[in-house]
Design a protein around this ligand. Structure first.
Ligand SMILES: [Zn+2]
Length: 127
């Protein structure tokens, strides 16, 4: 089992079977933190919806539909999200612009057409 599969198992509400993470493992740490926080919110939401069962209040299923790198930074898309999730997702996306996608060390955006966040060491090696 690779790291992403482990994360998927930890967050069964957030990540459906077959979820693919289209980014480097250097972002595993920040995605792990984000996923755990969102999973907790989803658990709370599911509990709340149970309490309101029978009411006209329909529970909207929320889960991650796409997690990928685009133009150098993380993009995290949910099927639906609460206001509570918005700043968490935003912070993770901002953090990804300062985190080497390859090794997780502090990094910065490199490239002009091919944008990638790399630390100096990975940038030199991959050049
Ligand atoms: Zn690096």
């Amino acid at each position: 089992m690779n790291e992403w599969e482990v994360l998927r198992e930890w967050c069964p509400k957030l990540y459906k079977e077959g979820m693919i993470f289209e980014c480097g493992l250097g972002w595993y740490g920040l995605l792990h933190d984000l996923s755990m926080k969102i999973e907790k919110i989803l658990e709370k939401e599911a509990e709340n919806s149970k309490l309101h069962e029978g009411e006209e209040n329909e529970y909207v299923e929320m889960f991650a539909i796409q997690v990928k790198e685009k133009y150098g930074t993380l993009r995290f898309y949910m099927s639906a999200q609460t206001e509570e999730m918005e700043p968490l997702i935003h912070s993770a996306e901002v953090l990804s612009s300062q985190t080497c996608e390859f090794c997780g060390e502090p990094g910065k955006m490199h490239g002009t057409h091919w944008l990638k966040v790399r630390c100096d060491k990975c940038y030199e090696e991959k050049k």
